[in-house]
Design a protein around this ligand. Sequence first.
Ligand code: AMP
Ligand code: MN
Ligand code: MN
Ligand code: MN
Length: 277
Amino acid sequence: MRIDLHMHSNASDGVLAPADLVALSHRNGVRVMALTDHDTVAGLSDARAAAQALGIRFIDGVELSVTWHGKTIHVVALAPKHFAPYEKLSTVLSQKRRARARAIADKFNVLGIDNMYDEAIALAGNPLNLSRRHFAMALIRRGVVKTEDEAFDRFLKDDGSAFVKTEWMSLEEAMRIIGETGAIAVMAHPGRYRFKNGHTVEELLEEFKRLGGRAIEVTTGSHFGNESEYFAGVALRSEFFASTGSDYHGDKATRPEPGMQETLPSHLPTVLDLLDD
Ligand code: AMP
Ligand code: MN
Ligand code: MN
Ligand code: MN
């Protein structure tokens, strides 16, 4: 059975509308899916309706942006029972994202690439959830770069020439909201984090667990090399339930489509064991 508990629609920085993402998941044989847009729950009701019509089990989700020791990490909340705290958060963050987008556009201006704010807005499915990815898309459209990777490498990555640092919420605050809304906290793509100043992913996971974290993504479209194997071991040793997701955004040939990420090793307890029905 194909399961995919991490993907993006155009309610955040994915390309497909929620219903189209569900239809693609269905074509790929996905039977259980979660939509986990960045910092917004705006796509969930459309996705749920589409999933119900196609007989897919749908799990509500959201991927929260968190700053931990100066680095951005992502925590996925699955199956919240209350949505108002996320809606409130989205309102605050949409302003933060807009202010950041203006600052990024100013940096592009200095680099001789003008009008990037309007182009990024025009490419965003949800103008309240402006992402660096929308700038990458705009750069491709203008022919400044050929791929999103090139856009990030040349301009948008941390410390890139058009990077603007953002302070997201703390891990404590994210975990408090997740707890209050009755959701399950899943550490997204733990293999992707590279910390400086002596901090490690092991320390992050320890703190996450202490604050109520229950699961980690073991197989994900955002893991490479032996990362899935490594985090399967971590899940076992540290007693985390295992989660899995493509992290599909819609247009990157090198990333798996919905449901097409590596399957979970069968010996691991999965996050589905923590969910009702
Ligand atoms: P933001 O949350 O607006 O800072 O944007 C971060 C988003 O950019 C992530 O959610 C990814 O979808 C995307 N991203 C980060 N690095 C890359 C990359 N090298 N290539 C393409 N997309 C990336
Ligand atoms: Mn993204
Ligand atoms: Mn992520
Ligand atoms: Mn994601």
